[in-house]
Design a protein around this ligand. Structure first.
Ligand SMILES: Nc1ncnc2c1ncn2[C@@H]1O[C@H](COP(=O)(O)OP(=O)(O)OP(=O)(O)O)[C@@H](O)[C@H]1O
Ligand SMILES: [Mg+2]
Length: 270
């Protein structure tokens, strides 16, 4: 088997001193997409923030496209150099380096700047692409995928609806020419109709050859877009499910929250 695009080994992390997730290992083959599904507040977004270097891992390693992303002494702050030997030796993350490597994270709740226009917002992202891709072609792709974004390109973000902002946020991710695109709860707060449209657009992104790491509360939405689903429970991966053996929504709920009666094996610890 070829080298996985993303390989996570024994990863643990959180917000010092509170540990949020532990012992996460997973491998994402090239050209496959994966989903994480689990209850609110169990650490999915914290895990994703750790993958993209927004916070440092406490233990474990992250390999992406054959390189280790958490490197001894990274993050580059002079404050730590020479003063704190432990911080220099720790395998820290440099989020700019992560984006340059092509691991692009669209965070939960689209954190866009309200006073920037759509066009300005999209124009900033190619700086993260480090010479990969072609900004003009990427912008055309975003406009084709999301005609609403094209229509509203001269408007400020603060005048857009939640759905339009979500489309712009995904557009920003695409403008950074991702080798892997992480989308954290892209359907959050969207109507069923918009959810459906967004699903079709994300499917097209996938078909254009961009592997996805998706987190969402809508398990049917996830199942339609991914090859492997990981159940995320109390900061751990409790189960890995391949597309071919995907259980029903009810069975997944029973795995995570326990069966009401009769007892379905929840697979924890496997
Ligand atoms: N910046 C922060 N500082 C301290 N604790 C935080 C911070 N952000 C989140 N937390 C805590 O970390 C835990 C995990 O939160 P996280 O956002 O990772 O969960 P989640 O699984 O993504 O939830 P949701 O499905 O609601 O998005 C929660 O208890 C949350 O309160
Ligand atoms: Mg979250």
């Amino acid at each position: 088997m070829s080298e996985p695009l993303l390989r996570v080994e024994g990863l643990a992390g959180g917000y010092d001193p509170v540990q949020i997730f532990q012992d996460i290992s997973l491998a994402m083959p090239a050209n496959a997409s994966i989903g994480l599904f689990g209850p609110n507040g169990h650490g999915k977004s914290t895990f994703l923030r750790t993958l993209s270097g927004l916070i440092d891992p406490w233990r474990g390693d992250i390999y992406f496209a054959g390189e280790r992303l958490n490197l001894a002494g990274e993050r580059g702050s002079r404050r730590f150099r020479n003063f704190n030997y432990d911080a220099v030796r720790r395998r820290r993350m440099n989020p700019k380096q992560v984006a340059r490597a092509g691991l692009i994270h669209v965070p939960q709740g689209n954190l866009l700047f309200p006073e920037m226009t759509v066009e300005e917002t999209l124009s900033v992202a190619p700086a993260a692409a480090a010479g990969r891709g072609n900004a003009k072609a990427q912008l055309d792709q975003v406009h084709r995928l999301f005609p609403r974004v094209h229509e509203r390109r001269f408007h400020k973000i603060r005048f857009l609806s939640g759905g339009e902002r979500q489309m712009v946020a995904i557009g920003v991710g695409l403008m950074a020419a991702p080798k892997l695109l992480i989308l954290d709860e892209p359907t959050l707060g969207l109507s069923p109709k918009l959810r459906h449209e967004l699903c079709a657009a994300i499917q097209k992104i996938r078909d254009a050859g961009v592997p996805l790491l998706l987190v969402d509360q809508d398990v049917e939405f996830l199942q339609s877009l991914i090859d492997t689903l990981y159940l995320f429970d109390h900061g751990r991966i409790s189960r890995k499910i391949e597309k071919a053996e995907m259980p029903s929504h009810e069975e997944i709920m029973a795995m995570l929250f326990g069966a009401p009666a009769g007892g379905i094996d929840n697979g924890v610890g496997r």
